[in-house]
Design a protein around this ligand. Structure first.
Ligand code: SME
Length: 181
């Protein structure tokens, strides 16, 4: 009989007083386990959104001020467009052209966009006016952007190079662990 691994909600319990590095390490470790024998992108991006959300909420400010964490994927219906994927937070913009916003910039350049103050980023799309800083990391598979990780924070300066480094590791893991549309 095939072994069925039981996924448990405890995977998203983060201890109080861990460092940001330790929280991200747990996100990576748990994601690696969850994605090990599951390649469906909806399933995987949903669980990774939950891990990120609970990790941020376990940390001190500014990380616990994160107000949106999730994914946009390549929109199969329209070239050079992203479409909303699994996320945690409030309702968000449904589609984003590659030519628009922080997400579009990440998709076009294939580089992480770290935006300490969204007011300083020309073309920032304010799905939620409460968002004050943002980081977007592209997920690139065989030189093609298949999705982006987007995290918003309700205070300026919510993200730094630690977030960048870990989100890039996460993007690599997620990229190779899913079958993309
Ligand atoms: N602010 C993003 C849009 C997506 S939401 O933040 C969820 C952007 O400028 O691309």
């Amino acid at each position: 009989m095939p072994l069925t691994l039981q996924v448990h909600a405890d995977a998203s319990n983060f201890a109080a007083n861990v460092t940001k590095e330790e929280a991200y390490q747990q996100v990576l470790d748990q994601a690696e386990g969850l994605l090990y024998d599951q390649r469906n992108w909806v399933c995987n991006l949903s669980n990774v959104s939950a891990l990120l959300w609970h990790a941020y909420k376990s940390l001190p400010s500014p990380s616990n001020q994160v107000n949106w964490a999730g994914f946009y994927t390549l929109d199969p219906s329209t070239p050079n467009q992203l479409i909303l994927g699994p996320f945690q937070g409030k309702v968000a913009c449904q589609t984003i052209a590659f030519s628009r916003g922080v997400c579009g910039a990440a998709a076009t350049t294939k580089q992480t966009q770290l935006v300490p103050d969204v007011d300083d980023f020309t073309g920032h799309i304010a799905c939620d006016g409460a968002s004050r800083s943002e980081i977007v990391t592209p997920i690139v598979v065989r030189d093609r952007v298949v999705a982006i990780i987007d995290v918003d924070c309700a205070v300026p300066g919510g993200f730094d190079d630690v977030d960048r480094a870990w989100l890039e590791k996460l993007a690599e893991l997620v990229g190779k662990s899913c079958d993309w549309p």
